[in-house]
Design a protein around this ligand. Structure first.
Ligand SMILES: C/C=C/C(=O)SCCNC(=O)CCNC(=O)[C@H](O)C(C)(C)COP(=O)(O)OP(=O)(O)OC[C@H]1O[C@@H](n2cnc3c(N)ncnc32)[C@H](O)[C@@H]1OP(=O)(O)O
Length: 657
């Protein structure tokens, strides 16, 4: 039988007055529908009405007209006799649900649609209990129903297309965002991805490598309003336990973590019991957990994202749902700032696979075995932002400026110093290339931040020493400084967008000075910094003129006079870096920093930079000019000649007075 049209649906019967049931009743009643709420006893029904009233008041809605549209009854058959749509919201017990569906099939009019709000059980098995399987559909709301807009619309094996269409229209009519699951797979979309995501976090609590705070801090870092353990505490650790069991029952390879088991055994379900991963003031009383921000780089949150992406790939490759619906569901239903596939494209599909392979090797768990869909994407060059196509398509542009590569990745300009065999030493072509690349980024209104990095094992080892050794007079040196190096430095400082130095390796001499002059800087933990110019008979002009705005005098002079290399941790401690993180995470932390700056108005950022440069110029006065004059002298001195020659000959210079 053809499904009724949206206009034909006027009465809705909700079976079960628990937290989901009363929320569903409220939402339909708020949108023109006459609702009958059914439960086996009076008490849950009166509690449900009280809860609906309170919820409406909190939403600033007048309760009267909405409550007037809700009738309650303990007589299921009479509640169904005149219904256009049943939404079943009873406990997650397949036998119970099949009973409800069989009874509804008897009691409800022939045209009525029978929907289940199950979060995990097979819609098809409920449909089988009726003689109208084509009119049985999954309509999975999210808790709290009045606040979370997602509805998973699930097709059972025989659900008709017109019933799916109608369920989508109904969801939209009550202000919800529907996503469609063409197949009735265990966990549907949300819980399948939630399991993949949360279980990767939970695993670490068992082995003690990371704690809940560190993992929550790292996920918040990506823009999530709450970390996974805060969410589990809020939603109910027991509820997720039931989801895990239901997935297991339906042969999904699920590993329930020991920590999870222990919490459930101890009745520590989270906020509702006052205790879970965190403690709460009293049972049922929510207090936002204080997660220390400084712990946000301890764990790599992309491990959880990668696990979620793998689960999403399974859904896509099995034609269960669409890319857009995966991302919409996680954004709308779980408050992800971006969907898993959007995250994957940004991170790089090749890197997602690398992470998964490592996790698979570490755990042997099937959930981490990279899905063939991801492998096919890599074979096709669909790596995400970096190739202009991943799950989605992007505007992508690459240009070479001599040994400097320019790449536009969404809102970020990526400038790569690319002379890896010379540790990205800055010769004339590199300085000119840097300047041209900055110009390109400057002219692109869509670019909101510029990341400068090096290819290979260095950021940059500094100015090109053989090139410097080729200068024959101070004037030649001065001319180079005035026409090549200083204009590039000036363009770097005056760049209107935030500049972020991303270091993963060596940053010495002018390389270290570029880090000093960048607005923000992130380095991998294996990086080494230094100002060794004195050891080749030269001096570091920018370090001396600008250094004290970041580094104290004693440290600045110690490093300039000894040429000692120092670590990323030391660089961070002395104020040269915003973050020193493990190398694997460094590019992501730099990109996240770039994204964070997009919260500020581009004009404000430009003003902020202008003012800071002015303050620094006042402090620096004309010392940079003095330092470059001095450098030109030094390089032409006997010391300078000897030092440069010694480097080229790979000898230790001998300094005599
Ligand atoms: C005003 C002045 C400003 C300045 O910036 S002056 C330059 C200041 N910088 C320096 O003095 C650092 C010079 N480089 C080094 O001391 C060493 O490198 C490092 C300690 C940074 C790394 O040492 P290791 O890991 O052993 O690498 P490797 O074999 O020395 O270098 C690999 C290749 O890179 C070339 N290279 C390194 N730095 C420079 C440079 N600044 N200018 C030109 N080439 C450089 C080398 O020569 C070599 O090349 P090949 O393999 O052909 O021998």
């Amino acid at each position: 039988m053809a499904a009724p049209s949206l206009e034909d649906i006027e009465t809705v019967t909700v079976i079960g007055a628990g937290s989901m049931g009363h929320g569903i009743a409220q939402v339909f009643a708020m949108h023109r529908y006459d609702v009958t709420l059914v439960d086996i006893e009076e008490e849950p029904l009166s509690t449900a009405l009280e809860n609906i009233e309170q919820s409406l008041e909190r939403l600033g809605e007048e309760p009267g007209p909405v409550l007037d549209r809700i009738t309650t009854t303990t007589d299921r058959n009479s509640g169904l006799s005149d219904t256009d749509l049943m939404v079943e919201a009873t406990p997650e017990d397949i036998d119970l649900k099949r009973d409800v569906f069989a009874a509804a099939d008897e009691a409800a009019p022939e045209h009525a649609i029978l929907a289940t709000n199950t979060s995990t059980l097979p819609v098809t098995e409920m449909a089988d209990a009726t003689d109208r399987p084509e009119q049985v559909v999954g309509m999975h709301f999210s808790n709290p129903v009045p606040l979370i807009d997602l509805v998973e619309v699930i097709s059972g094996e025989q659900t008709s297309d017109s019933v799916i269409e109608l369920t989508v229209a109904l969801s939209e009519d009550v202000g919800k965002t529907p996503v469609i699951l063409e197949k009735d797979v265990p966990g549907f979309l949300l819980n399948r991805i939630n399991y993949a995501f949360w279980s990767e976090g939970l695993r670490h609590l068992d082995d003690g490598r990371h704690d809940a705070e560190a993992i929550d801090a790292s996920i918040r870092r990506l823009g999530f309003p709450m970390g996974p353990f805060e969410v589990l505490d809020f939603a109910g650790i027991d509820v997720f336990y039931m989801v895990c069991q239901a997935l297991q029952d339906r042969d999904v390879p699920v590993v329930i973590s020991e920590t999870h088991e222990n919490l459930v055994e101890a009745d520590a379900y989270g906020m509702k019991t006052g205790e879970g991963f965190y403690d709460y003031p009293s049972p049922g009383e929510y207090a936002r957990v204080d997660i220390p921000r400084e712990r946000r780089h301890e764990y790599n949150p992309y491990q959880m994202i990668a696990s979620a992406v793998n689960a999403a790939a399974w859904l896509l490759d099995n034609d269960v749902t669409t890319m857009e619906d995966v991302d919409t569901a996680m954004r709308t239903g779980m408050s992800w700032p971006r969907g898993p596939l959007e995250f994957a494209d940004e991170y790089g599909i090749d890197r997602i696979i690398e992470l998964l392979e490592r996790l698979h090797e570490e755990t042997g768990r099937e959930q981490y075995d990279p899905h063939p869909l991801l492998e096919r994407m890599v074979e096709q060059g669909r790596l995400g932002w970096k190739t202009g196509e991943g799950f989605y398509e992007y505007d992508h542009e690459t240009t070479s400026f001599g040994s400097v590569e320019y790449e536009r990745r969404e809102f970020v300009a990526r400038i790569v110093l690319d002379r890896p065999d010379k540790l990205n030493a800055m010769d004339e072509s590199a300085w000119r290339g840097l300047r041209a690349a900055l110009e390109q980024a400057r002219g692109d209104d869509d670019i909101r931040a510029t990341i400068v990095e090096g290819s290979g094992r260095a950021f940059s080892a500094g100015d090109d020493i053989p090139e410097m050794a080729g200068w024959e007079s101070s004037d030649e040196c001065q001319e180079y400084l005035d026409e090549v190096l200083l204009p590039a430095i000036k363009a770097f400082r005056a760049h209107p967008k935030p500049t972020i130095a991303l270091v993963d390796g060596i940053a010495t001499g002018a390389g270290c000075e570029l880090v000093l002059l960048s607005d923000l800087a992130v380095a991998g933990d294996g990086s080494r910094f230094g100002q060794p110019e004195g050891t080749i008979g030269a001096l570091p002009p920018i370090w001396l003129a600008h250094g004290t705005t970041s580094v104290g005098k004693k440290k600045l002079l110690e490093l300039a006079t000894t040429g000692d290399l120092f670590t990323a941790t030391e660089a961070h401690e002395m104020g040269l870096l915003n973050y020193a993180v493990d190398s694997e995470q460094a590019p992501d932390v730099a990109r996240e920093l770039a994204r964070s700056t997009t919260a500020s108005a581009p004009g404000s950022i430009e003003s902020i930079k202008t003012i800071w440069n002015g303050v620094e110029d006042d402090l620096v006065d004309d010392w940079l000019a003095t330092a470059t004059d001095e450098l030109a002298e030094r390089l032409m001195s006997d010391e300078g000649r000897h030092g440069l020659e010694a480097f080229i000959e790979d000898e230790t210079p001998r300094w005599e007075r």
